[in-house]
Design a protein around this ligand. Structure first.
Ligand SMILES: [Zn+2]
Length: 233
């Protein structure tokens, strides 16, 4: 089978046997890729830098077949960025790993994931080299992830009956976001600052520079974590 070169970023790296690693990568053209990096944990291996979490660049794979399955074997890589500073900042590391987990949860093999790939790399760049609090980056990531996945919550109108700008604005993740009192009387109110932060997160540029306060960003992050959990369960 022919070799194939793909842009990708390493989402998961699990030690395997004495010196191998099983990698899961996100590729914009091919979605999820599972590959083995043989011998990558030997100190002399050329594959070592490409077999770490967050490593991104061009990866050359061979497609192999054994008796039962087809799999990819990593042959070489040209790493554009390893995002090394993330590892030395605990808060950034926790947030970055959380984003990788979301990617692992939503991607499939053979899927076009250009938007998600770009969103992830922008977020990792902020964690590694930016001044933003990591939690703010995660909040923007989650807001945009809902759009990338086509599950954006209703914000301006009731998700059930469509009435615009309901007062009060209540929240029901299972119903799709904002709801009105007539549709779901038992739903809790949602902070308007969190909804404003969400709207801002969708329109800001790659700087992720938002006017929203840290408190509003925290509320929006929690809202989106629960919303995505519920919607994608
Ligand atoms: Zn309604």
């Amino acid at each position: 089978m022919p070799d194939i070169t793909l842009n990708a970023v390493v989402l998961r790296a699990t030690n395997y046997r004495e010196s191998d690693r099983m990698l899961t990568l996100l590729s914009p053209e091919r979605g999820r890729i599972d590959a083995i990096a043989r011998g990558c944990r030997k100190s002399t291996s050329r594959l070592l830098p490409a077999s770490q979490l967050f490593a991104s660049g061009e990866f050359l794979f061979s497609e192999r077949k054994n008796a039962t399955t087809q799999y990819m074997s990593l042959r070489s890589a040209y790493i554009h960025d390893a995002f090394f500073p993330i590892a030395s900042n605990y808060d950034a590391l926790q947030n970055a790993v959380y984003l990788l987990e979301w990617c692992l949860r939503v991607i499939q093999p053979g899927q076009n994931t250009e938007e998600l790939f770009s969103l992830l790399l922008t977020s990792l760049t902020h964690f590694a080299y930016g001044d933003l609090r990591p939690g703010r980056v995660t909040a923007v990531f989650l807001a945009r992830l809902s759009v990338v996945l086509g599950v954006k919550p209703a914000i301006d109108a009731c998700a059930h009956c469509g009435v615009s700008s309901p007062v009060p604005r209540l929240w029901d993740a299972a119903m799709g976001g904002v709801v009105c009192k007539q549709c779901v009387p038992s739903a809790p109110p949602v902070e308007s600052e969190a909804l404003d932060a969400f709207a801002e997160a969708l329109t800001c540029d790659a700087s992720f520079a938002l006017k929203a306060t840290d408190q509003a960003m925290r509320s929006m992050r929690t809202l989106m974590m629960r919303f995505l959990d519920c919607t994608l369960a």
